[in-house]
Design a protein around this ligand. Structure first.
Ligand SMILES: C[S@@+](CC[C@H](N)C(=O)[O-])C[C@H]1O[C@@H](n2cnc3c(N)ncnc32)[C@H](O)[C@@H]1O
Length: 223
């Protein structure tokens, strides 16, 4: 299982891959049959919730919710939870686990989101998804989210495969060798923070595991 599964995610990921993975995703996490990039997964999710700093009743949108593991932590805090994913199978499992989740089938690449998302959320969160997008795509998505979907005083909290700076990312690349996916875009906090500041977006970063960290984004005037 481990070997076959590993080959699948080192290929360019796609909706089909995630649809197939959905049935095994939670079990793979529980048994550790996941790539090294999931190092510290549970700590990363826990820390994401802390950085989101929610109050009961807040609306929370989880992008790429998968089987709902991050969303589940917000549900226990009394949030009004929304989860998007482009994999119908992932979303079905999330909804089964979290009956109060509002599930929305949506592709983050698609500029036309379903009408039901045409509103603002107190918090927008995401875990282990944005490495699908290069830095320009990340910035475009963030700008759109903050302009159109984030409540005033809200924040966007993104956890993902990430390094403090370009140097440490290059070192990890060399160290991982063939385990490194050449079709994914792992974050480097130094370049992300600089790029965000250049477009008036506040950004802070916390490294959580050897290969994952969390970004908090806020419109600069709200900081
Ligand atoms: C590695 S899983 C992470 C799931 C969950 N956030 C977690 O932390 O366990 C990545 C998820 O992102 C979804 N995803 C990837 N690319 C997407 C896109 N372009 N639009 C919407 N969902 C996407 C996948 O279907 C999958 O459920």
């Amino acid at each position: 299982m481990g070997g076959r599964w590993y080959k699948r995610i080192t290929m360019k990921t796609s909706r089909e891959v995630y649809n197939t993975w959905a049935a095994h995703y939670d079990q793979n996490l529980a048994t550790g049959s996941v790539p090294v990039s999931f190092d510290g997964y549970k700590d990363v999710l826990t820390e994401t919730v802390l950085l989101a700093n929610v109050q009961p009743g807040m609306s929370v949108l989880d992008l790429g919710t998968g089987t709902g593991n991050l969303a589940a932590l917000f549900e226990t805090l009394g949030c009004d939870l929304w989860g998007t994913d482009f994999s119908v199978n992932m979303l079905a499992i999330a909804h089964e686990k979290l009956p109060f989740l509002h599930p929305v089938l949506a592709d983050l690449h698609d500029p036309a989101w379903p009408q039901t998302l045409d509103r603002r959320f107190d918090r927008i969160v995401s875990a282990y998804v944005w490495h699908e997008f290069d830095l320009d795509e990340k910035l475009g998505l963030l700008t759109n989210l903050i302009d159109r979907h984030l409540a005033s005083q809200g924040r966007v909290v993104i956890a993902d495969i990430s390094y403090p700076d370009r140097t440490s990312r290059s070192l990890a690349h060399a160290d991982w060798g063939r385990l490194w996916s050449e079709t994914e875009y792992y974050w480097a906090a130094d370049e992300t923070i600089a790029a965000c500041h250049s477009i008036g977006l506040g950004c802070s970063y916390r490294q959580v595991s050897s290969c994952a960290g969390i970004f908090v984004f806020e419109a600069e005037e709200h900081k």
